[in-house]
Design a protein around this ligand. Structure first.
Ligand SMILES: *Cc1c(COP(=O)(O)O)cnc(C)c1O
Length: 427
């Protein structure tokens, strides 16, 4: 599939059936797999042979779908997880342990912020949050001798800041660590972070990849470009023997392309078990087949709504990186020339109360803790996803109390605008 365009990879990537085999990927609804001898199974446990023995570690359906996402991103290896949260947790914890430090953009998704700032801190991992628009100098000042990774989101949810991937990759690499980018909002249809120097990509496949609000899931993709051995002292988990896995040294045995994902499966999936169900992986694959057809419509609707709101007297601001004049328009044009996403954020002249009135009167757009669905939905982050944050944390995350996030679906844009118009009239 390597030489095909992204549209073809969406439809046919990851699985090529042989003669008489199912055209659609089979759902291997089995927890376990049978072997004729203990010796044969032993080889799998020793990572001497590849094959399936227990679905908590690997399942053929999941692997086919992971292989498709790997092709879409242009990576070397990939794995599915049960959620986007699990993907980001694994991606960091695979290389940062107790006593280590990570540099992260401050405008990341609230769930990821909480995972890093509260839960992973309890595990002894320290985080420094930086303004994604900081200078190279300010970014470099955030690094410490124990820094193991840099993390950001291509388009942040819900702040809609666009990450200057090249700036972040340069800083990460000059400090000998990889850049991890959560590419959920842009999807590989609109942005492929590996082409700009990013080393590891994560996804909440719950969003556009599934695209129908049907299945929670996540994915981690490795570019296979980061050379762990060059920085062996920083990443002992990859460059020294793993006693919990028969003394295997991942970077030696699985090389640049396979070390990160193999370790992540062998250690973290084995111990934490955040596996995606094969049934959900099948549903995810149905979404992936049309991802390249759906993304342009999400972007078209997002832009139409953003342009309408921009000129409305009751609206105080509109944030949409695809909108002419947006703070991130030029970064978006550079990294996502064919479109950004369907999510638009905006605020009200009448403040928080106006936002609440507006939400109450929407008819087509439903109030949901969700984005990137075929159906348009709407959220007031200050009273939902981000309610754990105090006012200064909210501002640092790029959110004001009157901010409403609207995820434009695949409906007719004139219908969406008419719905917004009648709800605004109620304020
Ligand atoms: C939703 C989301 C997540 C979390 O994913 P889940 O699948 O809900 O666990 C992580 N990152 C981003 C950018 C998201 O939008």
């Amino acid at each position: 599939m390597k030489d095909y365009n992204i549209e073809t990879k969406c439809v046919q990537g990851g699985y090529t059936p042989g003669n008489g085999e199912p055209r659609q990927i089979p759902i291997i609804q089995s927890t376990t797999f049978k072997y004729a001898t203990s010796e044969e199974m032993g080889k799998l446990f020793d990572l001497e042979a590849s094959g399936y023995f227990y679905t908590r570690l690997q399942n053929p359906t999941n692997d086919m779908v992971a292989a498709k996402i790997c092709e879409l991103e242009g990576g070397s290896a990939a794995m599915l997880t049960s959620s986007g949260q699990a993907a980001n947790f694994y991606a960091i914890f695979n290389i940062a342990n107790c006593g280590d430090h990570v540099v992260a953009s401050s405008t990341i998704y609230g769930g990821t912020y909480n995972l890093f700032h509260v839960t992973m801190r309890k595990m002894g991992i320290d985080f420094t949050f930086v303004d994604p628009d900081c200078t190279e100098e300010e970014l470099c000042a955030a690094f410490k001798p124990n820094t193991k990774a840099v993390f950001g989101e291509t388009i942040a949810n819900p702040a809609l800041t666009v990450l200057d991937i090249e700036k972040f990759a340069k800083a990460a690499h000059s400090h000998g660590v990889p850049l991890i980018v959560d590419n959920t909002f842009a999807t590989p249809v609109n942005c492929r972070p590996f082409e700009w120097g990013c080393d590891i990509v994560t996804h909440s496949t719950t969003k556009y990849m599934d695209g129908h609000g049907a299945g929670v899931g996540g994915c981690i993709v490795d570019s296979g470009k980061f050379d762990w051995m060059t920085h062996a002292d920083k990443f002992p988990g990859l460059t020294t023997p793993d006693d919990s896995y028969h003394g295997v040294t991942y970077a030696e045995k699985f090389g640049l392309g396979g070390a990160f994902i193999t370790k992540c499966i062998a250690q973290l999936m084995r111990d934490f078990g955040s596996i995606q169900s094969p049934q959900n992986a099948f549903i995810l694959n149905l979404g992936l087949e049309s991802l390249h057809v759906r993304m342009p419509r999400h972007c078209e609707n997002g832009l139409a709504v953003a342009r309408y709101l921009k000129n409305h007297p009751k609206i105080s601001f509109v944030t949409y990186p695809g909108l002419e004049g947006d703070k991130y328009y030029s970064l978006a044009k550079k990294y996502m020339p064919s479109g950004t996403c369907g999510v638009v954020s905006f605020g009200f002249v009448g403040g928080r109360t106006a936002a609440e009135t507006f939400m109450k009167h929407l008819k087509l757009a439903a109030i949901e803790t969700h984005v990137a669905d075929a159906r348009t939905c709407c959220l007031h982050p200050a009273s939902a996803t981000h309610r754990q944050m105090n006012d200064s944390e909210l501002v640092a995350a790029g959110i004001t109390p009157d901010l409403v996030r609207m995820s434009c679906g695949l409906e007719n844009s004139a219908d969406l605008i008419a719905d917004i118009e009648q709800a605004l009239a109620k304020i």
